[in-house]
Design a protein around this ligand. Structure first.
Ligand SMILES: Cc1cc2nc3c(=O)[nH]c(=O)nc-3n(C[C@H](O)[C@H](O)[C@H](O)COP(=O)(O)OP(=O)(O)OC[C@H]3O[C@@H](n4cnc5c(N)ncnc54)[C@H](O)[C@@H]3O)c2cc1C
Length: 527
């Protein structure tokens, strides 16, 4: 896989412990704001968007409190396809501006702010009998246009190689699981893939903390006003008013519950989790044509930890928005049928190790019409000055944060310098050459960057921390200990479902619970 080459251009943020989040820091900073200390900016929601707003504001020199009812990356930000898109699908629908913005932000993440977390993933689009000859030219033109976008966004070819047409033999060599019967070749293209979406959000939140933001999990906003929010500490039940000069509502699909006039209806997107063996050890991404639809593709996404995600569905969700959406059996069946339509390897229901679902917001407009915000984000300013930002994607979180913060500062007359985040490396970022030289396993470097050494160093205290947390798992006890000391993990769920992704497979989660409990117990002893 190709990694970046452009050097990181700004000085790294202040080193740990300024970026360290833990129970002691939470208690101290919560006491400050609950005791009446006002902040310049209050951000509600610690998904990619809210964490991005917190970083943007803190790095402009403003005082910040960023709260989440649950945890960092509790919401949609951990249920994505984990891609940093170049905007190809927006090109297909003629939305040039959005496509360009995505391509630029992909380059920022890959080459400057998070090179450790984003790698180039090759994709094969197999030219199966489901892809009519008439569609091949279009798909090919789209992939080439994507490369032109990469160039116009000034992302180096070394970071994202050139696309090309493959013969059937080449396509099968790259993806032996493909059905050979009727295969006419393939199209090879490249896009950005995150080591993990929740880890991106954790890195953004910790970088914000390094610039002084108070990052407070388990704090629910009950009601927002122009000058703050009524907040409940979910650990104690205590309520208080958090005073702020400007307020940004970044509560994702839950944002409508906090802002007058923002009406959202979610739509569910589901992924399967398979083990690599189920697809013959597939190491390359696939764009699989969805039978019966022209120009719609599903994604097969190999991960570094030996799992493969297969997505994506689009199902309307009625009723109250759940905290954790559940995939339906119908969606799982749809994705299995899709694999069956393109692969020679049989994948059965028993091969499905796990499944997860995330919610995209649809925004109700005037007269009941809805707008899909999964492409473009919306920034809405209420009469009381509260700014709500919804929609968009992980890839463009930085631009969304900038737009939302600018609107919030303008609406409340708060002065601050210009946005700096396009040049601020996230915690763990470093030049490719430095990352390659680190004395730590590559999979750890891809998740922790320059901090991988520090994670490993924890094992000097207790060598058993180098053991996997569950049989066959790539995650070690050292990562859990690190998450408790520096990444704000407060309980087993934070450890297994967000700082690491062991929990995406229920059986692995069950096996890892004792290690997670030990990590939390050890931290309590240290306090
Ligand atoms: C299935 C799917 C796949 C996707 N794949 C990709 C992809 O591959 N690449 C990409 O770029 N984008 C992708 N996206 C889009 C991307 O995931 C989202 O746009 C993004 O994660 C939204 O982040 P957010 O911070 O706005 O919302 P969220 O991540 O949902 O964060 C909102 C937070 O607000 C908190 N909250 C809610 N109510 C309150 C309250 N009252 N008080 C305090 N906190 C509260 C929640 O706990 C939550 O943590 C995908 C989306 C879906 C649905």
């Amino acid at each position: 896989m190709t990694r970046l080459h452009r050097p990181v251009e700004a000085a790294p943020p202040p080193a740990s412990p300024a970026s360290s989040l833990n129970a002691a820091r939470r208690a101290r900073e919560l006491a400050e704001v609950a005791g009446g200390t006002a902040v310049d900016v209050l951000v509600v929601g610690l998904g990619a968007t809210g964490a991005g707003v917190a970083l943007d504001a803190a790095s402009r020199g403003l005082s910040v409190a960023a709260i989440d009812a649950h945890d960092i990356a509790f919401g949609t930000s951990r249920w994505s396809s984990k891609l940093i898109h170049g905007g190809l699908r927006y090109l297909a629908s003629g939305q040039l501006g959005i496509a360009y913005e995505s391509a630029v932000e992909r380059g920022v993440l890959m080459e400057r702010t998070a090179p450790h977390l984003v790698r180039a993933l090759p994709f094969v689009l197999p030219l199966t009998p489901q892809v009519p000859a008439s569609a091949v030219g279009l798909a090919r033109a789209g992939i080439w246009a994507g490369d032109v976008l990469r160039m116009s966004a000034r992302t180096h070819r070394a970071a994202l190689p050139r696309p090309r047409r493959l013969t059937a033999v080449e396509a099968l060599r790259l993806a032996p699981a493909l059905r050979s019967y009727g295969l006419r070749g393939g199209l090879l293209s490249w896009d950005g893939q995150l080591a993990d979406d929740a880890r991106l959000v954790t890195a953004i939140a910790r970088t914000a903390a390094a610039y002084g933001a108070r990052v407070l999990t388990r704090c629910r906003a009950l009601a927002l006003s122009g000058d703050g929010a009524q907040v409940r500490d979910e650990l104690t039940g205590t309520e208080f008013f958090l005073r702020a000069r400007a307020v940004v509502n970044a509560a994702g699909v839950w944002a409508g519950g906090l802002a007058e006039g923002v009406r959202l209806r979610p739509s569910r997107g589901t992924h399967l989790v398979l083990r690599a063996e189920s697809l013959g050890g597939l190491a390359i991404g696939l764009h699989l044509p969805v039978p019966g639809s022209s120009g719609r593709f599903a994604l097969v996404l190999p991960q570094e930890d030996g799992r493969i995600y297969v997505g994506l569905t689009d199902e309307p969700v009625e009723g109250p928005v759940p905290d954790v959406p559940e995939p339906s059996e119908a969606e799982i069946g749809f994705l299995l049928d899709l694999l069956d339509s393109a692969l020679d390897v049989p994948v059965r229901r028993t091969d499905v190790a796990g499944a997860y679902a995330g919610l995209r917001p649809l925004l109700y407009g005037a007269e009941g019409s809805t707008a899909d915000l999964s492409r473009r984000h919306a920034v809405l300013t209420a009469e009381n000055g509260v700014v709500t930002v919804v929609g968009g994607k992980l890839t463009t979180y930085r631009r969304m944060a900038e737009d939302a913060l600018d609107a919030a500062l303008a609406s409340r007359g708060v002065e601050a310098g210009p946005c700096r985040t396009a040049r601020l490396p996230l915690v763990g970022a470093g030049p490719a050459a430095d990352l390659a030289r680190l004395a730590a396993p590559a999979n750890l470097v891809h998740r922790y960057g320059t901090e991988a050494r520090d994670v490993m160093a924890l094992a000097a205290e207790d060598p058993s921390l180098l053991e996997p947390v569950a049989p066959g798992s790539a995650t070690t006890g050292a990562e859990l200990a690190w998450a408790v000391r520096h990444e704000g993990a407060l309980d087993e769920g934070d450890l297994l479902d967000r700082r690491t992704r062991v929990g995406l497979v229920a059986a692995d989660r069950e096996a890892a619970l004792p290690a997670a409990r030990r990590a939390i117990g050890r931290a309590e002893l240290r306090l």
